[in-house]
Write a protein that binds this ligand. Structure first.
Ligand code: 5GP
Ligand code: ZN
Length: 117
């Protein structure tokens, strides 16, 4: 379980790295990104150490669904849903994934270009 011991988001989930936490339950954690790329930049992560989309097992379907539910809840609570928001998963290093623990970026508070950079 060396991956879990070293994992930044597992450390946040265990309180070993401080974060501005917006939501925590048995399965899902939401906290502000340390290096925000928009006025609102929240990360939604499973408590379970799942490295990326390929590592999601059939038994994790409920966790993944809950991640989207928490994104919606955070949007409601922070009142940015009316402005629109973008959900991003950088899956794999070439796509920009730095932290190998599945996470949903929730971005809002500015306009977003398409195609994304
Ligand atoms: P990725 O590039 O893997 O999709 O996104 C990783 C995100 O995690 C980045 O936006 C980065 O700023 C954020 N991040 C990395 N380490 C920490 C940390 O210790 N605390 C918080 N709150 N965010 C982090
Ligand atoms: Zn982890």
């Amino acid at each position: 379980m060396a991956d879990v011991e070293e994992c930044v988001f597992c450390k946040v989930a265990r309180g070993k790295i401080p974060a501005y936490i917006l939501h925590k339950d048995e399965h899902v954690l939401a906290f502000h990104d340390i290096n925000p790329q928009a006025p609102v930049h929240v990360l939604i992560v499973p408590i379970k150490h799942i490295t990326d989309l390929e590592a999601i097992g059939a038994e994790d379907a409920d966790i993944v669904a809950r991640m989207f539910g928490v994104a919606r809840k955070v949007a409601q609570e922070l009142r940015f849903e009316a402005n629109g928001y973008r959900l991003v998963i950088n899956n794999g290093r070439p796509a920009g994934q730095i932290v190998p623990h599945l996470h949903l970026h929730v971005l809002s508070g500015r306009s977003f270009g398409w195609p994304p950079g």
